[in-house]
Structures are given as structure tokens and as C-alpha cells.
Design a protein around this ligand. Structure first.
Ligand code: GAR
Length: 186
């Protein structure tokens, strides 16, 4: 059985979509790694009985130090893929060196446009009419890794920001589990 580990910092709706669509029939979601105490993704993990590793970056002297601890956890699992789902931290050299080519991320914009923390707001402020989501490999940059897949839609001027955010999340929940299954060949 192929294994994945999901990293999240917030609500975890993508984490839930991945669990619901893949776990445990097609692959095992072996662990949720979270850097934010109280994040709702932890509740979702509890509900689905997925083990969690919660850490506070402030407890460590550097990114290298906490990534070494994460690597130690991961070495007990030997995941086939590391799936970033709203993990709002740049992956450092320690994790990248250990899992090169095996870390993927989802971003709520059509990369290479609108990378960074708030791609949806940036795209709306720019006034784009076609919006979408991107799944890509993770490299040392911010949302710069090789694109794996994208989905897009044309927005109407009547749609509110909230409606657009919901549409983007729905696309993410459709795309991400499919891409993960394809990469794992399950
Ligand atoms: C998702 O929309 C994801 O694309 C975005 O965070 C959200 C997490 O939602 N990620 C980024 O912006 C990364 N640059 P979720 O916690 O409900 O899955």
C-alpha cells in the first residue's frame, strides 16, 4: 500500500478531500503534519483517525532544526509522496534534499501567475477573468516548481469573492486527489 503524508496549517479542506477520496482504499494517509496549534485540520484528522504531528516552529532555533525532527518522523513512515495542502511555510533544504521530487503542492491560482500567500486576492485585484488552481512539484522557490496539472474557469463579474473562493476550493478538491492517485499510480 502506497503511503502519503499531508502537511497543512489551516482549515484542511483539501486534506479532507484527499482522505475521503483516497484513504484507505487507494493509499494510506499515514500522517498529518501541522505547524499551527488549534488549526481545524487537526480536528478533521481526529475525526478520520489519522495520526498527527503538531509542532510549534517557535520551539526550534531554525527551520533546519524542526525539519530534522519532521524528517525523523517521516523516516518511520517512508512516504511515497509528501502532499502540501495549505502548509503556509517554505520548505527548506533539509526536507527538499531528503524528498527531492516527492513533494507536491496545490496553489489557488494559475501559476506562474499570482504565487505566494494570497493568490486568489492577488488575481482578483489584478482583474483576471480566467482563474484556476495548480498542482506543482515543490522546489526551493515560492510556488515555482514544475507544474503537474491545472484546472481553470471563467468567472463572471457578478460573482462575489466568497463565491469565487468556494469555486476554487471545489476545483482543488476535485483536482488534488486525482493528481495524487495518478502520481502514485493507484
Ligand atoms: C488552499 O486554497 C490552497 O490552495 C492554499 O491554501 C488553501 C488551504 O485550504 N495554499 C496556498 O495558498 C499555498 N501558496 P485548506 O486548508 O482548506 O485545504
Amino acid at each position: 500500500m502506497k503511503k502519503i503524508v499531508v502537511f497543512a496549517s489551516g482549515s484542511g479542506s483539501n486534506f479532507q478531500a484527499i482522505v475521503e477520496q483516497l484513504h484507505p482504499k487507494r493509499c494510506e494517509v499515514a500522517l498529518l503534519v501541522c505547524d499551527k496549534d488549534g488549526a481545524y485540520c487537526l480536528e478533521r484528522a481526529k475525526h478520520f483517525e489519522i495520526p498527527t504531528f503538531l509542532f510549534n516552529p517557535k520551539d526550534y532555533l531554525s527551520k533546519t532544526e524542526f525539519e530534522e525532527v519532521i524528517c525523523e518522523k517521516l523516516s518511520q513512515i517512508e512516504p511515497d509522496l509528501i502532499v502540501l495542502a495549505g502548509y503556509m511555510r517554505i520548505i527548506g533544504k533539509t526536507l527538499l534534499d531528503a524528498y527531492e521530487g516527492k513533494i507536491v503542492n496545490i496553489h489557488p491560482a494559475l501559476l506562474p501567475a499570482f504565487p505566494g500567500r494570497d493568490g486568489i486576492t492577488d488575481a482578483l485585484n489584478y482583474g483576471v477573468k480566467v482563474m484556476g488552481v495548480t498542482v506543482h512539484y515543490v522546489d526551493a522557490g515560492i510556488d515555482t516548481g514544475k507544474i503537474i496539472d491545472q484546472l481553470s474557469f471563467k468567472r463572471s463579474d457578478e460573482e462575489t469573492k466568497e463565491e469565487i473562493i468556494n469555486r476554487i476550493h471545489a476545483l482543488e478538491h476535485e483536482l488534488y486527489p486525482k493528481v495524487i492517485a495518478r502520481l502514485l499510480k493507484v
